[in-house]
Design a protein around this ligand. Structure first.
Ligand SMILES: [Zn+2]
Ligand SMILES: [Zn+2]
Length: 562
């Protein structure tokens, strides 16, 4: 697949030039408007000093905010307090009047993924560079097994990720499940730093697994202390819906949305939740796109079940109207699964991210009024959804055109890794729906807690990794394919403007984004191992014990007389 050739802007040359270090930078890396430095390249303006002082900003953690300085040495936060004095060898960043926050963590990305006969245009380097320019300093990608083999899939992803310029973790998809896969799951958790497995209830004849295997997977996850994740759509019904659309002659991108309506997402979400409840293990529902799915999550939370709901930025910000655009290139950009829903679902999903007292009958009422009346206040006094991902999975318009005569062949996926932090700030903090501390919680801290890497990640505390952003609330942003850092030739947020700008990104103690320029080093990103038995597993054993004692069985009976 031919990538577009965007404007290159390299500090040392104005013309297209070879990378500084051909060994660490494959030629395609120059496709980015990025200064790709090799290690030891010292004549560049941006400092990579190991000592860094961020002075005078409002330091925000999920639980607290205060005006303070942040001092960083060798990639680690050393102290957070007012008026820190440092020697001349430290780089000082003035953050007066700005917010100093943990870098974003994106729990859901697909970089360098082979899918639907092609491969995403963003690999680990370009996708991460885009992320850093947008204030995200870590992501968790999904390993796709190779012919069902987890080990082979893991090795393939370690190679894909070798040019990483920021820290990353990995989830593992389970696309078939037999004895050898079950053994591999143990190896992944015990030796490879994976603590989450994703199951697909959709993509029939590809990734989809049966309920029988899903149940087996849930049991295995529970025994390993690994979090089960689910793509919840009813794959059989989706296949039927696709057939129906083709029979009706609806072959364009709108057929994608029409073939897999919200009730199919609601059904699968409810089924997955009930099966996880039956096994008594925590469940993480990826890309919650509809009120139907939200309603199932609300019901489960009311009963005390440990279910995490992850909306994605496209589902929060967009509606399905563009799928009806007469221009195929425009309409096909918005094809992803589950589909982007009608206006109203997005508002309800945003409302479900806000916090307060859990009042579910009221929540449910408001969910439906959100659908009926777009202008009505739909703030819920509960947090049904705890964090925001992107499902960043980019294909160029030439790849999307594979489905010009048949929506089933349009590669599924939209951008978002670079836009998530800005869009959430503008739409939710600027509008007053959530506080700045809530923003840190849903963009970073909660993800680190769920995947058991807090407070190394997701916080600015002494001892935390120095993954930090400086956001200027008085500055503005504008999103466009002409200025973004993804390799994609389109952007589903084209032309969108807003308030709040990530002016500085620090990853692993290095300033990688400042003055609108990236300064990234291929290979500098680290693989972050995520240990099992995170906080969602606390007390699961006690619940099992009380379940067993509640059975009043087996009943002891005398031998029946014959
Ligand atoms: Zn999915
Ligand atoms: Zn995904």
């Amino acid at each position: 697949m031919a990538n577009r050739q965007p404007k290159i802007h390299h500090r040392h040359n104005t013309a297209r030039s070879p990378p500084l270090n051909p060994l660490s930078s494959p030629p395609h890396l120059t496709d980015l408007r990025i200064q790709s430095h090799s290690f030891g390249d010292s004549d560049c303006g941006m400092s990579s000093s190991s000592k860094l002082l961020i002075r005078g900003g409002t330091v925000v953690n999920a639980h607290h905010q205060e005006v303070a300085d942040v001092y960083v040495e060798d990639g680690i936060v050393v102290s957070v307090k007012p008026n820190i004095q440092v020697h001349d060898d430290a780089t000082v960043i003035d953050a007066t009047g700005k917010y100093v926050m943990p870098g974003g963590i994106d729990p859901h990305t697909h970089l360098a993924m082979e899918f639907m006969g092609t491969v995403t245009v963003d690999d680990f380097f370009s996708g991460q560079a885009a992320a850093l320019a947008g204030g995200t300093t870590m992501h968790i990608d999904f390993v796709i097994p190779v012919n069902g083999s987890l080990t082979a899939g893991f090795e393939a992803y370690k190679i894909k990720a070798k040019d990483s310029c920021m820290d990353y973790g990995l989830h593992m998809a389970i696309t078939k499940l037999d004895e050898s896969v079950a053994r591999d799951m143990e190896v992944m958790v015990e030796e490879r730093g994976i603590n989450s497995f994703k199951f697909f209830l959709a993509y029939k004849d590809a990734f989809m697994i049966s309920d029988e295997l899903f149940l087996r997977g849930l049991k295995k996850c529970k025994s390993l202390g690994a979090l089960a994740m689910v793509h919840a759509e009813n794959g059989d019904a989706v296949a039927e819906g696709q057939k129906r659309m083709m029979e009706l002659g609806i072959t364009g991108p709108e057929g994608h949305a029409l073939s897999r309506p919200p009730e199919l997402e609601g059904e699968a979400t409810g089924r997955a939740i009930r099966l996880a409840s039956f096994v008594n293990t925590p469940l993480y529902v990826v890309h919650v796109m509809s009120i139907d799915a939200l309603d199932e999550i609300a019901k489960a939370k009311r009963s005390g079940q440990r279910v995490i709901g992850e909306p994605v930025i496209s589902g929060l910000m967009l509606d399905d109207s563009k799928l009806w655009d007469p221009d195929f290139t425009t309409a096909s950009m918005y094809v992803m699964s589950p589909p982007i829903r009608k206006s109203g679902h997005n508002r309800a999903l945003q409302a479900a991210l806000t916090t307060g007292v859990l009042q579910l009958h009221q929540a449910k009422f408001l969910l439906f009024t959100a659908l009926l009346d777009d202008t009505q206040e739909s703030r819920l006094h509960c947090a049904l959804l705890e964090l925001v991902g992107t499902d960043h999975c980019t294909f160029n318009s030439t790849q999307k055109a594979f489905g010009i005569d048949d929506f089933r062949k349009i590669p599924n996926g939209v951008n978002g890794i670079e836009e998530r932090m800005h869009l959430l700030w503008d739409s939710m903090v600027e509008s007053g729906m959530i506080s700045v501390t809530d923003y840190v919680r849903i963009t970073s801290t909660e993800c680190a807690r769920i995947f058991n890497i807090y407070p190394r990640k997701g916080a600015i505390l002494a001892g935390s990794d120095a993954d930090i952003i400086v956001l200027n609330p008085n500055s503005t942003f504008e999103l466009s394919a002409t200025s973004h850092h993804s390799r994609s030739d389109t952007n589903v947020y084209e032309g969108r403007k807003g308030k709040g700008k990530v002016e500085v990104t620090i990853a692993g103690g290095r300033v990688v984004w400042q003055h609108g320029e990236l300064n990234v080093v291929p290979g500098s990103g680290r693989y972050i191992e995520m240990p099992p038995f995170g906080h969602l597993f606390d007390g699961i054993d006690k619940a099992d014990t009380s379940y067993l004692s509640s059975l009043n069985a087996p009943v002891k009976r005398g031998k029946a007389a014959t």
